[in-house]
Design a protein around this ligand. Sequence first.
Ligand code: BTN
Length: 248
Amino acid sequence: FGRSMRGFETVGSTNERAAQWAAAGAPEGATVLTEYQTTGRGRHGRDWTADKGRNLLFSVVLRPTLPPDRFGLLTVAAGVAVAEAIEDFVSPHSAALKWPNDVLLEGRKACGILLESSLAPPNTDAVVVLGVGLNVNQTDFPDALADTATSLRLASGRPVPRPPLLARLLRALERRYDAVQHNGAGSVRGAFRERLAALGSSLSLRLPGTDETLSGTVQGITETGALRLRTADGVEKTVHAGEVTTRR
Ligand code: BTN
């Protein structure tokens, strides 16, 4: 990843730029990087805001051969890759994952990942854009995020150089992506479970687009990357996407 790279001082959203580049024929692994986004996107239609020049904001074009019902594995693989990559820069801290792929340091969110897929003309092969927003050297967050967000610098107590971190991230993402494409869930399940912050604990999920919540203990992931939850009456349910809030 990143062998074809376009860098911008400011863009609306790197995911949007990468999708446009993909539609114009960008090769797999093509990467869009920026110092600042004016309309950064988060999951579930939320905004993603990050200070200028202190973080890593980038998107990678993927042309997966996995069937679309397994794209959940890409989400999981991306989270694992980011967790692995940042651990080298914040040791002795370790990174945890909140399903599906928020990356946490000391229980606070340091990185958000947004995968968006579309069908690329002229053929119908899927294009997936993998967007990563990693808080690197940002030390102040808006009030609404002050209690839940962190950065590598805040967690490690020292500034983190961005170029080697980006190189490490792109390598880890490519490696985990290749593995999950060729070897499926088995290639990533162990690493995911090891870092799953909520493994064995209770979770309440708000099912997206509904008022419904589902509660249970986290068991791991399925072959397609869905979350396995066991409810209080012992029934196992799988959830493909959801708003995860940890119950204390
Ligand atoms: C989340 O809600 O946790 C996902 C946030 C993803 C943010 C990144 S920043 C780079 C890329 N471009 C975007 O507009 N969003 C993603």
